[in-house]
Design a protein around this ligand. Structure first.
Ligand code: SAM
Length: 161
């Protein structure tokens, strides 16, 4: 879905593409997106951030060494950065993002912190930006957050929100 539908829409018009993997774990998700952007020929205008609560996860993410044996070039890595961030206490980043992946994190949260997290993530998107959740995750009232459901677990920030 990212490669075939979402990224081609998000990169249209030569815009800068900003991607945030919130709760990035070992970083594999963000490397995958970076590889897709490289394949689409737009890595040079991409900025990718991975953040996680746990420093040990960020150590793995910075290493980017996986069982698959995939190797990532310095050029690709130069577009990526990593930071420790508690999404519940520190909130979101100051920047605005075109794509936010927050997958399989909110499933562990009680309804109120989950609602507050989704609201903050929606606020961190640029207009037309996409919030991608885990495959089984849903936002029950996306319109309240200024979001439109584009796929069962993907939400677009309404242009007029
Ligand atoms: C189940 S993993 C999902 C990782 C990845 N997004 C995926 O779907 O494969 C959840 C991740 O969220 C991180 N996490 C949990 N609570 C967090 C919080 N309050 N702030 C930031 N990251 C958090 C965990 O450290 C873990 O890396």
């Amino acid at each position: 879905m990212l490669e075939g539908t979402l990224l081609p829409q998000l990169i249209r018009g030569g815009r800068r593409i900003t991607v945030w993997s919130a709760g990035c774990a070992d970083g594999s998700e963000l490397y995958s997106v970076a590889v897709l952007l490289q394949r689409l020929g737009v890595l040079d205008r991409a900025q990718l951030l991975g953040s996680d609560l746990l420093e040990e996860n960020l150590v793995l993410a910075r290493q980017g060494a996986y069982d698959s044996g995939a190797m990532f070039s310095p050029t690709l890595r130069a577009h990526m950065c990593w930071e420790r961030r508690d999404l519940l206490r520190d909130g979101v980043t100051a920047a605005k993002w075109r794509l936010i992946l927050c997958r399989n994190l909110a499933i562990y949260l009680a309804p109120e912190p989950k609602r507050a997290l989704h609201e903050r993530l929606a606020g961190a998107l640029v207009r037309g930006g996409v919030l991608l959740l885990g495959r089984s995750e849903r936002i029950s009232d996306p319109e309240r957050l200024g979001l439109r459901r584009a796929a069962p677990h993907a939400y677009v920030k309404e242009v007029a929100a």
